[in-house]
Every structure is written in C-alpha cells, then in structure tokens.
Design a protein around this ligand. Structure first.
Ligand code: GLU
Length: 333
C-alpha cells in the first residue's frame, strides 16, 4: 500500500507540550498521508479529473497558513493505462483512488467480466462526466457503422484502458474478433489520433468525455469524423445494462461534427477501496464538494457537475463510508 503515514515522533510531542500545544492539535499538520489517483492517458479527461482533485485537496489543506483545513494529505495523479488498470491497482492497494468507467466499476464489484479484476472491496466515491463511446473514422474511409471497420486497420486500445474493454464488448456483440480487422493495434489514447492522421490506422474506439483535445487532433487536424452507433447491438447493450445509456455528441463540438452524433456511453466515476481509511476518503470528498465551482471551471466536460447526480449516477459499488459520511452531513443521503 502506498498510503503512508509519518507519525509525529514522541520527542516532537514533548516539545509541543512545552509550547502549550497539545499533540493532537498538531498531529494532523505533522502527519502526512500520501495518496495516488489513477487516471488515463495524458491527453484524456481522466488526467484532468485526477489532477483537479489533487488541486482541490491541496488548496483545502493550506498547511503553513493560519486558516485552512490541516488534513496533511499529499496527492499525486499520474497518467496510467486507464479504467481497468486503475481498478486492478486499487484492488491490490497500489493506488488509493482512481477514475474508472461505470461499466468496469459494475463488472469489478459484481465479478461479471473477465476483462477487469474481480474487486468486491471496490467502493464508489462519486461520478463525474459522461463518456460517449466514440468510433472515430479517418477521412475518406466511408465507415458508417461499427461493422464497417471489418477489413480496416483498427486501434482497439491499450490493455488496461476502458475503451479496450468496451470496444471488445461491441466486437463480441457483432460477433467480430480481431481477425476481422486488417490489423488490430493497441495504441494508447495519446497515440491514436496522430496514428490516424499519419495514415497508420483507419479508425479507433475511444470512451472519453466531451470535448477532448486528443479527439480534436484527429477531427480538426485531419478530417476524421465520429460515427453514429445506434444499431441493433448498441440498442441491445443499452436495454440490457444499467451502466450504458444513449447519448449525443452535439453538432459543432469538432470541425467535422456537422450534425449531432448518437452513440452509447458510460459515466466516468471516481472510485476507491474499502481498505482506504474513512478519514482520508472523507477529506478528499469534502475538498471536491466544497470546491465544485473550481472543479466545474477546470474542464468543459465538468461544466454541469451537480452533487445530486454525482452521488448516484453510474455508481454500482457501495459508496465508501468516508464519502457517505460527508453526503449524510450535507443531507444529500
Ligand atoms: N475512458 C477511458 C478509459 O477508461 C479514459 C478516458 C480519459 O482518459 O479521459 O481508459
């Protein structure tokens, strides 16, 4: 477990008593707790989620100032492989928090998919933005449905990413395997758009918040377009599974989005583990919820964040007791 607490040493406590301060007054300022949040590729929205949360946690801490919350939490949000990687690492105690798609959160707690670690101890904290599944097709490919990718060079995403799993779900729905593609590449989210523009691949699947700078590299940069995905298989997926819903990528989002795009999507969710102490999750939740205006301003995908939705939409794991405590105090739960 990377969660590391450096306790105040006995000598320091003795010295504080000499200054007329009790050890408990100072304990939280001297005691540091290090937390890591798993995100996704550096050009994705998860990376912004994780780093925004850290920013709010640090802002709240305000150690060294006369006012401010002295929780002693130090936060880092490194780039990672994405949803299923984050869940696996949280389950092993290597990460305290992570961002994960609602479909993979569901499967992790229910043990219902081999594509993600079975993790009964996974806990929900809140949900963030919606993530439409994007099928991005290169200019001139004429791809108009998922099955049109047959015979093409398709990026199915890096192992550990949420989009890799969701692309595979779609492939299974259509009875396709990687043999149906001329090539199935495993590029990361930060590589795929440039590869498309360089003519190395014809299409890729990506589950991501809107708008996304990575997607615009392909759409605005080299005329790639987002395909409507509302066929029979997508309709069945939405009808059968609580974590999928139809959604729209609005006209005008990117240069090539002349009309609304209809596709299915998931929610990005913020998750933790039952072994992460209640006070740590409480402080992180509190920092986020008490600075929601800041959060909303940090990425256009966060613009409409509303606590009423954040504490329920897309959450299938039990809410972590530290988060539940804060929501109960607010009268939200
Ligand atoms: N949904 C993607 C995944 O789970 C990540 C999207 C992002 O980085 O914003 O891997």
């Amino acid at each position: 477990m990377t969660l590391l607490r450096l306790a105040t040493c006995a000598l320091a406590a003795v010295a504080l008593v000499g200054l007329g301060l009790s050890a408990s007054d100072e304990a939280s300022a001297d005691e540091k707790t290090f937390i890591s949040i798993g995100t996704g590729g550096p050009t994705g929205v998860y990376f912004v989620v994780g780093n925004s949360v850290c920013r709010m946690v640090h802002k709240e801490a305000a150690e060294g100032r006369s006012s401010g919350r002295q929780h002693g939490i130090r936060c880092a949000a490194p780039s990672t492989g994405g949803s299923t990687y984050n869940i696996g690492q949280i389950c092993q105690g290597e990460l305290e928090f992570g961002v994960a798609q609602s479909d993979w959160q569901f499967h992790a707690v229910n043990g219902s998919s081999e594509k993600v670690t079975n993790c009964p101890g996974l806990r929900a904290v809140f949900s963030v933005h919606g993530e439409p599944f994007h099928l991005i097709a290169g200019e001139g490919t004429d791809i108009a449905s998922f099955t049109d990718t047959m015979g093409m060079r398709m990026n199915i995403g890096n192992p550990g990413s949420g989009q890799r799993g969701t692309t595979e779900v779609l492939m299974e729905g259509y009875g396709m395997t990687t043999d149906d593609f001329a090539a199935a590449t495993e590029l990361t989210s930060s590589e795929q758009s440039q590869a498309l523009c360089d003519g190395k691949i014809d299409a890729y699947g990506y589950t991501v918040g809107v708008p996304n700078a990575g997607v615009s590299v392909a759409t605005d940069g080299c005329g790639a377009y987002i395909v409507d995905l509302d066929g029979e298989v997508e309709q069945q997926l939405v009808a059968d599974n609580p974590y999928y819903a139809f959604t729209t990528i609005p006209a005008g989002t990117y240069k090539t989005t002349a009309d609304d795009v209809t596709t299915f999507g998931v929610m990005a969710t913020f998750v933790s583990h039952e072994n992460v102490p209640e006070d740590v999750v409480y402080e992180v939740t509190r920092a986020v919820m008490e600075n929601l205006d800041d959060f909303r301003s940090l990425h256009p995908a966060f613009r409409n964040l509303d606590p009423a939705d954040m504490i329920k939409n897309g959450l299938s794991a039990p809410i972590h007791p530290g988060a539940a405590k804060y929501y109960a105090e607010q009268g939200w739960m």
